[in-house]
Design a protein around this ligand. Structure first.
Ligand code: THU
Length: 160
């Protein structure tokens, strides 16, 4: 028998402690919430990706009367990047959300389906994606990639 362990490291920052490039990406994610189409949940989510050439790609959640047809902000941004910038490496993602009262106080974390897409994006490039999760009170940063956010995720290698 063998035993295995997983360890996840993250940091929590006051928003005035964020370094400039992280703050810039958070601002882009916050602005992206303006594009949210969320008449059903009234929960506006924005995601901003930083590519290795400095390009910022944003997305927001897009809902539908047939609820499961909607898409989260993270995947909207990741698929837009895949389509518009094929082969470019995603080095960071920032996520921000607001409800009808304003920005969430605590960071929101991406859903399982978005983590699956983040994991494959990362596996394709071989470079860890830094995850920056904004909250009005504090921002959480997971520096070492998203693979640990979805242990045992489905991978292309699983299909052989
Ligand atoms: N949503 C996102 O866009 N990203 C997340 O990380 C969590 C949830 C969206 C989906 C739906 O439009 C709304 O937020 C409420 O779940």
């Amino acid at each position: 028998m063998k035993n295995y362990n997983l360890t996840l490291s993250w940091s929590v920052f006051k928003n005035n402690e964020l370094e400039k490039s992280d703050r810039m990406l958070v601002e882009a994610a916050k602005k992206a919430t303006d594009g949210s189409y969320s008449p059903y949940s009234e929960f506006r989510v924005g995601a901003a990706l930083l590519l290795d050439d400095g390009t910022v790609v944003t997305g927001s959640n897009q809902e539908n009367a047939a609820y499961p047809s909607g898409l989260c902000a993270e995947r909207t941004a990741l698929f837009a990047a895949g389509h518009n910038y094929p082969g470019k490496v995603v080095i960071a993602i920032a996520i921000a959300a607001r409800n009808t009262d304003g920005w969430t106080e605590k960071p929101i974390t991406p859903c399982g389906a978005c983590r699956q897409v983040m994991a494959e994006t990362e596996a394709l490039s071989g470079r860890p994606i830094k995850t920056i999760l904004y909250g009005e009170e504090e921002t959480m940063i997971i520096p070492d990639g998203t693979a640990m956010l979805l242990p045992f995720c489905f991978e292309t290698e699983s299909m052989v």
